[in-house]
Write a protein that binds this ligand. Structure first.
Ligand SMILES: *[C@@H]1O[C@H](CO)[C@@H](O)[C@H](O)[C@H]1NC(C)=O
Ligand SMILES: *[C@@H]1O[C@H](CO)[C@@H](O)[C@H](O)[C@H]1NC(C)=O
Ligand SMILES: *[C@@H]1O[C@H](CO)[C@@H](O)[C@H](O)[C@H]1NC(C)=O
Ligand SMILES: *[C@@H]1O[C@H](CO)[C@@H](O)[C@H](O)[C@H]1NC(C)=O
Ligand SMILES: *[C@@H]1O[C@H](CO)[C@@H](O)[C@H](O)[C@H]1NC(C)=O
Ligand SMILES: *[C@@H]1O[C@H](CO)[C@@H](O)[C@H](O)[C@H]1NC(C)=O
Ligand SMILES: *[C@@H]1O[C@H](CO)[C@@H](O)[C@H](O)[C@H]1NC(C)=O
Ligand SMILES: *[C@@H]1O[C@H](CO)[C@@H](O)[C@H](O)[C@H]1NC(C)=O
Ligand SMILES: *[C@@H]1O[C@H](CO)[C@@H](O)[C@H](O)[C@H]1NC(C)=O
Length: 487
């Protein structure tokens, strides 16, 4: 409901202070807040965000909002601009942190001078310049030092290691290959024809340039090698791995009980592959729209909206925030709601399967709020594992009850068996990838969750004391040695 025109007229003659304007607002209720969420506003924001992702085209060759890109910096500016416009209702802070960022500009591979056409670089691979190196086949799965004995046995000091996928992270294989003297590594999947790729994760001081190759090529190389054919490898990767600065944006209502904060978040970044309009442009937009409409109401409890950065690099922004809260700040947050991917094209209404037994008490009440909402609309819903794939992790690990909803990623829809988001982590995650029924329903549900708890936390479990996460719980640590600014 918009504010009545009469009140606006009145205010010009009375010249009220900000506070009396606020006091004149109606107390928030779910139906009224939901009624202000419109398809048109979501669409307008989605079009703006897609245009913003275009700012990366020059550098990346395609639209993206990955951390460190023009598209992501502009996304942050766009969120800030909207918060500045609501400065009589919210204060906001920017929390800066460093995150590992990688880029592969180009790469090539040839065997005995014959170009391989379908190799793929691993994310966060360092550069490689290898000329006429000897191919060495690594034993077993390349997860143990002993598997690299063939490098020792090789008479050559100019080598490329060929390794199977499996058992340990790709980063371990690349790092072990470098440790035992290889100049670069090739990884293949013995069980699939797909060319393997993935992330090498945080580099060590021995991580080497790494490419994925097909099973067909790998098996042919092994056969030739066994037949005594000398195999000479040229491998070139122009790449960069380094730290960039990025930031979380965290807005809190000026009004409402600041000792009982209702918190919610979405992530502002995308993967490098595409513009991320569903993942998580949708959650980013939902939060902005709900935050804007909440300004039409008075609230009892403070509400905190967060836009996390570097979710796609391993939940870095939300972990940075949650694990660094003081015990006092932590204890004021009554619950955290995660909204990541609200509008998947072949969506399901997914609810995180939190429980009060396994997760901080209140997680189950929150789960029930979402289920009750879908039930009240006669919409089918499914539970999905609450197992660490999004930004709630830092909260539940530090004792804050949490939950959330999603519309689906690379999994299959339980009704029709098709993939939930065919553009998951891909270039086609653009405005045309959004399902508008799911987007509108889920944003209205976000409005419902905010209105419900901003109005009252009565009956919602009281906070247990903050849990101090041991450093072993922190899922992602920086341990960069040496200089990785490599071209
Ligand atoms: C979004 O807005 C654009 C521009 O006004 C319009 O062309 C498009 O049809 C709208 N899309 C949806 C799904 O409403
Ligand atoms: C993005 O840029 C391309 C050209 O680089 C242009 O064709 C397209 O219209 C732009 N899209 C948006 C949403 O601005
Ligand atoms: C600022 O908010 C007002 C309404 O509150 C809206 O009309 C205007 O478009 C907003 N401006 C920006 C730049 O978002
Ligand atoms: C590889 O990328 C670098 C950096 O963009 C560029 O300078 C170089 O010319 C490229 N090389 C090839 C072979 O495309
Ligand atoms: C390589 O040789 C050195 C020296 O002989 C030995 O200490 C090391 O364990 C060997 N490494 C592997 C992987 O076999
Ligand atoms: C991967 O490497 C890390 C660091 O060296 C080690 O702690 C871990 O056990 C390795 N993982 C596996 C599965 O080998
Ligand atoms: C790499 O780092 C390890 C400790 O993490 C150290 O023992 C080793 O000497 C370093 N190797 C090189 C080549 O710098
Ligand atoms: C907490 O903050 C410190 C310094 O500001 C930072 O080094 C650390 O990585 C942060 N914790 C997490 C889990 O990100
Ligand atoms: C949800 O979690 C509970 C444990 O709290 C488990 O018993 C149940 O099987 C889970 N449901 C689904 C659908 O995963």
């Amino acid at each position: 409901m918009p504010r009545p025109a009469e009140a606006a007229l009145l205010s010009t003659s009375l010249i009220p202070t900000d506070n009396s304007t606020y006091e004149a607002l109606p107390l928030v209720d779910s139906e009224s807040l939901q009624a202000l969420i419109t398809h048109e506003a979501l669409n307008a924001s989605a079009l703006e965000l897609f245009a913003i992702a275009n700012a990366s085209v020059k550098e990346y060759g395609h639209p993206t909002r990955v951390i460190g890109s023009g598209g992501h910096y502009k996304t942050l500016g766009w969120i800030e601009k909207q918060l500045k416009n609501m400065s009589d209702y919210y204060t906001y802070e920017k929390q800066e942190f460093k995150a590992l960022n990688g880029m592969v500009f180009n790469h090539s591979l040839s065997v005995n001078g014959v170009k391989v056409l379908d190799e793929k670089p691993f994310q966060l691979t360092p550069a490689a310049h290898v000329y006429w190196a000897d191919l060495v086949v690594i034993d077993n799965l390349g997860c143990e030092d002993i598997d690299y004995a063939p490098l020792n046995a090789s008479l050559s000091t100019n080598t490329v290691a060929l390794i199977k996928r499996g058992e340990c992270p790709f980063g371990n294989k690349s790092s072990l290959a470098g440790k035992w003297g290889a100049s670069a590594a090739l990884i293949y999947d013995p069980e699939s024809d797909e060319i393997i790729t993935g992330t090498l994760g945080t580099p060590t001081n021995t991580t080497v340039g790494t490419l994925g190759i097909s099973k067909t090529l790998a098996e042919s190389l092994i056969a030739q090698k066994n037949a005594g054919v000398p195999l000479k490898i040229n491998m070139f990767i122009a790449a960069y791995v380094g730290f960039i600065k990025t930031k979380n944006i965290i807005a809190t209502t000026i009004h409402g009980d600041q000792d009982n904060i209702v918190a919610l978040g979405a992530h502002s970044d995308s993967v490098e592959a595409g513009p991320g309009i569903n993942d998580d442009g949708s959650g980013t937009i939902s939060l902005l729209n709900v935050a804007a409409q909440l300004t039409n109401f008075k609230i009892n409890n403070a509400v905190r909206f967060a836009w996390w950065a570097a979710e796609e690099e391993g939940l870095l922004g939300s972990n940075f925030y949650a694990y660094n809260l003081t015990a006092l700040e932590n204890s004021k947050i009554r619950l955290f709601m995660d909204y990541d991917m609200m509008a998947s094209p072949n969506f399901e209404y997914q609810v995180y399967n939190g429980s009060n037994e396994l997760n901080p008490p209140g997680s189950e009440e929150l789960k029930q709020l979402y289920i009750d909402y879908y039930e009240s609309k006669g919409l089918p819903w499914v539970l999905i594992p609450f197992d660490g794939r999004s930004d709630y992790v830092g909260f539940i690990e530090t004792g804050i009850p949490a939950g959330g909803i999603a519309a689906g990623a690379e999994g299959k829809n339980s009704q029709n068996g098709e993939v939930l988001d065919k553009c998951y982590h891909a270039l086609c995650d653009d405005v045309t990838n959004l399902n508008w029924d799911a987007f509108l329903t889920n944003t209205q549900l976000i409005a419902h969750s905010v209105a419900t708890y901003a109005n009252s936390l009565e009956g919602f479990p009281l906070r247990e004391p903050p849990k101090v996460a041991s450093s072993a719980d922190v899922p992602y640590k920086f341990n960069l040695h040496g200089n990785f600014y490599i071209m």
